[in-house]
Design a protein around this ligand. Structure first.
Ligand code: 13P
Ligand code: SF4
Length: 330
């Protein structure tokens, strides 16, 4: 592996960008990023491309090259409005598929095709068809963390940011919600609606236990605990607040807790800490191996070679798009 190009000139040119992340990236690490950052900014112009980055991306991606950042819901909404010819999705595959569904005339690239998701992997379109046969007439809500083929079999999609609202909007006493068992249980507890679910779990959030939260509180007096609803209900019950990644960021911005822990993927704390130096972030670190497949070097390569293009079979795209659009209309 060759070392990245670096020179004092490059350091000077990229100093304003390094300034954005200096509180979370040691200066000794910046030479490993600077050349790729500069190349990506140039390639975005040459390729008429924008980069959409999820809140779990590392800070040099999130703060230095991304044009649009957010949770799954915000990225879906924003993808629809992109006018540039190319969208690079710095996130996981289902997010790139959702962007393609919502803005089909654009070229959508994912820098590493292996950036998957344990939830998306947990269920197939055939599984959804079997559930529909087994529970005729029960509406099927599918989490966006699924393949387009699974979305195509469902009535409506949801994200962690709108799950409760979507389930309530159906006005049904019983709903099938797939594939995240914990998200479904958390929504059922909040709404009182009976939910039939699936045994899918996020491999990052399922690692947190109620005992972890109690130990964190014991070790850090005054700690405010914010948890993602992909955590088990017993973990959410130990938290002060539960919400999507964007809702957690909003909570920090609005309440400015002196000391906080974000019970979620750990790059997010770095990204939020950059914006809130006054807040102390306690950081147990659970990384998502899929999100972490995306790097500056791979984004650069993606823009250089225009790979890997995400395509969706037309027969799947039409019903999958309908399910996502129904969600956005609620
Ligand atoms: P949100 O950003 O929509 O809360 O999703 C979290 C997540 O795990 C995405 O992979
Ligand atoms: Fe999937 Fe969990 Fe990784 Fe998000 S954090 S991509 S839900 S495995």
């Amino acid at each position: 592996m060759s070392l990245p190009a670096f020179s004092p000139d490059l350091m000077t040119r990229t100093a304003p960008l390094y300034d954005r992340v200096k509180s979370v990236i040691p200066v000794i690490e910046w030479p490993a990023f600077a050349d790729d950052v500069e190349a990506i900014l140039r390639l975005k112009r040459e390729r008429d491309a924008v980069i959409l980055a999820h809140n779990y991306q590392t800070p040099e991606i999130f703060h230095c090259v991304a044009d649009i950042v957010g949770d799954s819901l915000a990225l879906a909404r924003q993808a629809m409005t992109v006018e540039a010819q190319t969208i690079v999705l710095a996130g996981v595959h289902f997010m790139a598929e959702t962007a393609k569904l919502l803005n089909p005339s654009k070229r959508v690239l994912i820098p590493d095709l292996r950036a998957g998701c344990s939830l998306a992997e947990s269920i197939t379109a055939a599984d959804v068809r079997l559930l529909r046969q087994r529970y005729p007439g029960v509406p099927i809500v599918t989490y966006v963390n699924t393949s387009a083929a699974v979305k195509a079999e469902s009535d409506i999609c949801c994200t962690s940011g709108n799950a409760r609202k979507i389930v309530e909007s159906l006005g049904a006493p019983r709903v099938i919600m797939l594939p995240d068992e914990y998200l479904a249980q958390n929504v059922s507890r909040d709404t009182g609606i009976e939910i039939i679910t699936w045994a899918g779990h996020c491999e990052v959030h399922e690692r947190f236990s109620p005992k972890d939260i109690r130990q964190l509180r014991a070790g850090h007096p005054g700690l405010v605990v914010l948890a993602h609803p992909e955590c088990a209900p017993e973990v959410v019950a130990e938290a002060d607040f539960a919400g999507s990644t964007a809702a957690m960021i909003d909570y920090v911005g609005t309440h400015r807790p002196a000391r906080v822990v974000l019970v979620t993927e750990c790059s997010m704390s770095d990204n939020v800490a950059v914006q809130h130096p006054e807040v102390e972030f306690v950081r147990p670190c659970n990384l998502c191996p899929h999100m972490k497949r995306i790097s500056l070097a791979k984004i650069r390569r993606s823009l250089e070679t225009l790979t890997h293009e995400v395509t969706i079979n037309a027969a799947i795209a039409a019903p999958a798009r309908r399910a996502v659009e129904r969600m956005l209309a609620v």
